[in-house]
Each structure stands twice: as C-alpha cells, then as structure tokens.
Design a protein around this ligand. Structure first.
Ligand SMILES: NC(=O)c1ccc[n+]([C@@H]2O[C@H](COP(=O)([O-])OP(=O)(O)OC[C@H]3O[C@@H](n4cnc5c(N)ncnc54)[C@H](O)[C@@H]3O)[C@@H](O)[C@H]2O)c1
Length: 295
C-alpha cells in the first residue's frame, strides 16, 4: 500500500498473529509471571504482554502462577486459558511488597515443588516527563513498580530456583531502555532492569541461574499503544519488517528464553521490535512516508 492513498482502516495485524504460535514445550517447568492480569477493556487474543506470557507458557505445558495486584484482572486471563486452565493458578500480590513477593514464591514452591522460570513483567509508564518536570513521587512510584519489584521477586525466586538446580529469569524491559523515549522514570527503570539482569546473571550463573532481558518495541497492547489507525500505521511502518508486533511475539521470545532450548543463553538483551531499534530515523523516513508495509 502507498501512504499517499491514506491509512488503511482495517486491523493491520492479521488474526493468526494474535495467537500463541510457539512450538516449544516447557513440560516439567514451574513459572511465575508478574502482571499477568488483563484489563477490563481487553479482549482475547488482543491481550497484554504478561497475560500472553502466562497463557503461552501454560499452553506449552508449564505450571504457571499468574500474579497480579488485581484479582479481577487475573480472572480475565484465567478465563482464556482453555485446555491449559489446569496449568494456571492465580496469585493476588503487589510486587512492591516484600512480604507479598516472599509469599508468592513460597506458595508456588509449596504447590508445585519447584520454581524454574520467573518472568518479571509488571510495568507502568507513569507520567511522561523530563528530569526537570518529573516529580519525585512519580519517579519513586515508577521505580518501585518497574525495578524494585524485580529485586524483590528475584530475592526470593533465586534461592528457590537454586534449591532445584537452577532456573531462568526473564525481565521484560523496553526499547525505551536503549533509545530516547520521552519518559524519564520509565526509561531509567527499564535501563536498570538491563543492568540488574546482567548483574544477576554474573552473580548466579554458577548456581545454574540464567537471566535474560527482553526489550519489546511498540507492540500493539492496551497499555503500550493506542489502537487508532494512525498509531497502527506508524508502528508497522516504523519496523524494518513493515509489520506490527503483538504481545504474543514477546511471549514467544520469553517462552524460548525460559525453556531448556536456551540453556546456554544468559546475560542477553533481546529486542523484540521488528528491527525498529536498529534503524536510524533517517533510514526509516522513506518508509514512514511511502508505506511498503507487509500484510
Ligand atoms: N505494550 C508495549 O508496547 C510495551 C513495550 C515495551 C515494554 N512493555 C512492557 O511490557 C510489560 C507489560 O505490559 P502489558 O502490556 O502486559 O501491561 P498491562 O497494563 O496490560 O498489564 C500490567 C499488569 O500489571 C498489573 N500490576 C500493576 N501494578 C502491579 C503491582 N504493583 N503488583 C502486581 N501487579 C501489578 C496490572 O494490574 C496489570 O494487569 C511492562 O513492563 C511494559 O513496560 C510493553
């Protein structure tokens, strides 16, 4: 399509891309996914990253604890589990709370006898702003939810994993960690996830713990992206592939990193963004203005 003919008004992500596509198996694994709930305005399969990760891991055979602060949000995700429902358990917890994080890990180990995969997915953007106009309250709240939560979950998850011979931690950061983004606290917290991940990978590699970070681009989720025609057009044109990504694309990378197939992969940071973060603005300019996107 040529942009000169105006934005397409149909859904630009074909329906088949909105479903789990992974073929990996994670039978025998026990996973925790934080922020796995779904907002009330979400409809399956157009779910958020955390819900896609939990549903994907459960359909791949893992036992999965879906953690969220909002019990109704977890119920929504659980209702979409279909045949994998037996693999999912809900845990209501606030990942800002040390007590809640400790209890969540303890209850998973009590129920399933082990913990092998932790997906630190909870995240908020907070109020966008520069260092000049970001309030200390906003900064602290974004850091608490996005970064300190990773410390707290890992503080309890790592000993539980070590007790069972090791495990895999996957942090959901953002390309906002490595490129100008416009939201000071968000960018700093997501950058902190990268260095915390590397630090944990180093410190616990000999314990059999792998730690990797996934950096989603502007995928089409309720949190990350307005679903206006213009926003969709910009997202798909801004990727090298000329297609728009979904939460399931992120979830497939997470499932791989969590699985035994990634046993020699640690301390990496993998963008899942259709190549967007590796192209210069100037190079993408012709695509932003002339289309050539893929179906
Ligand atoms: N959507 C995108 O385009 C995009 C891009 C880059 C990175 N990401 C990252 O992906 C992650 C998840 O995005 P999403 O689309 O699933 O978001 P989402 O808003 O759909 O889901 C986040 C969930 O976290 C829960 N939550 C919030 N605070 C919590 C707390 N203190 N304790 C427990 N649960 C809490 C919410 O109730 C919600 O269900 C975030 O870390 C985000 O930064 C998203």
């Amino acid at each position: 399509m040529n942009a000169n003919s105006g934005p397409r008004v149909t859904n630009r992500v074909p329906e088949e891309r909105w479903t789990p596509t992974g073929t990996l198996r994670l039978d025998g694994h026990v996973a925790i996914v934080t922020g796995a709930g779904s907002r009330s305005d979400v409809t399956f399969p157009k779910v958020g990253v955390g819900a896609a990760c939990a549903l994907n891991l459960a359909s791949a055979g893992a036992k999965v604890a879906a953690i969220d602060i909002d019990p109704h949000a977890i119920d929504r995700t659980m209702a979409w589990a279909g045949d994998s429902a037996a693999n999912l358990i809900p845990i209501v917890a606030d990942v800002r709370s040390q007590v809640d994080c400790a209890r969540a890990v303890e209850s998973v180990v009590d129920k399933f006898g082990a913990l092998t995969v932790l997906v630190n997915n909870v995240g908020i953007v907070g109020t966008p702003g520069t260092v000049v106009d970001t309030s200390l309250d906003t900064w602290r709240s974004v850091m608490d939810i996005n970064l300190t939560s990773v410390l707290l979950m890992c503080k309890y998850a790592i000993p539980a994993m070590v007790a069972n011979g090791g495990g895999s931690i996957v942090n959901i950061s953002s390309i906002g960690a490595i490129r100008g983004f416009g939201s000071t606290g968000y960018a700093a917290s997501k950058g902190g996830m990268l260095s915390l991940g590397t630090s944990m990978a180093y410190a616990h590699g000999r314990d059999g713990i792998r730690v990797n970070t996934v950096l989603p681009g502007h995928v089409s989720t309720p949190m990350g992206a307005p679903s206006t025609d213009e926003a969709e057009l910009i997202r798909l044109r801004g990727s090298m592939l000329g297609t728009e990504g979904t939460a399931w694309d992120v979830a497939n990378a997470v499932a791989f990193l969590g699985s035994d197939a990634a046993r020699w992969i640690t301390a990496t940071a993998i963008p899942v963004d259709g190549g967007a973060s590796m192209a210069t603005g100037l190079a993408m300019y012709k695509y932003m203005n002339s289309g050539q996107e893929q179906p």
